[in-house]
Design a protein around this ligand. Structure first.
Ligand code: SAM
Length: 218
């Protein structure tokens, strides 16, 4: 099975489950013009985050790693749209150009009053961050060597019963290959090692190629 088969599979499922969205299409066009790398969550994953936030009744969401590329900023838009009128999303981004592009597209998605982008290295921003009431949901999708630091800070800032989602923990099954010692895989492994002993959270990996469907009763 190639990457193209999976793209076609995604398109097929999305054609039933995710109506075309002008704000997302606009963001895709913009990202293609600028030529940003294609590293955002897919639309299906974005909608998963959206359903999860709604299932939790989330009002306060933390995102670490704002900008995707294929869709600018895909996860931010999907998460932002899950929020009620008085909900808020804080998203952290190190790259000023990425933050500027995201800032341009957030109002177009109707989210100007609900999203704050904090520019700087996430580890530094998180150290200074205090959140009351606590976050309901955190989505971690920045540099992978930072995973464990981001996870511990997100856990500190999260309410009991809150959820942390970490992207890219399978990495095409390479995380499970101990011969591959690159910093990204090591970043995921450090988080897994930690989770083995962390008594404050319970976690599982969702390797999505098999595909699961998640439906929220409205
Ligand atoms: N969540 C986005 C989406 O799905 O649309 C994709 C985020 S992309 C995979 C990772 C982002 O994290 C990039 O914009 C990158 O500049 C940012 N980043 C990398 N290192 C970072 C750091 N130390 N602190 C904050 N952001 C960082």
């Amino acid at each position: 099975t190639t990457i193209y088969d999976w793209a076609r599979s995604d398109e097929y499922h999305n054609s039933f489950l995710i109506p075309k969205d002008p704000a997302i299409n606009y963001a895709i066009t913009k990202s293609q013009e600028i030529g940003l790398p294609d590293i955002s969550v897919t639309e299906a994953q974005g909608k998963f985050l959206n359903l999860l936030a709604r299932s939790l009744g989330a009002k306060r969401v933390l995102e670490i790693g704002t900008l995707g590329g294929r869709v600018i900023p895909c996860s931010t838009i999907w998460l932002g749209r899950a929020l009620p009128e008085d909900g808020h999303l804080t998203t952290l981004e190190i790259n000023e150009v990425h933050a500027k592009v995201a800032e341009g597209n957030i109002p177009n998605a109707g989210l100007a009053s609900k999203v704050t982008i904090k520019v700087g290295p996430a580890a530094e921003t998180l150290k200074e961050l205090n959140q009351t009431p606590a976050f309901d949901l955190a989505f971690i999708d920045a540099d992978k060597p930072g995973n464990l630091t981001y996870f511990l800070e997100a856990r500190r800032l999260l309410r009991k019963g809150g959820v942390i989602i970490v992207d890219n923990v399978v990495r095409n099954a390479t995380v499970a290959d101990p011969a591959l010692k690159d910093p990204d895989n090591e970043g995921v492994r450090a988080l897994l090692e930690h989770l083995k002993v962390d008594k404050e959270v319970d976690a599982t990996t969702i390797a999505t190629v098999g595909g699961f469907l998640y439906a929220l009763k409205l």
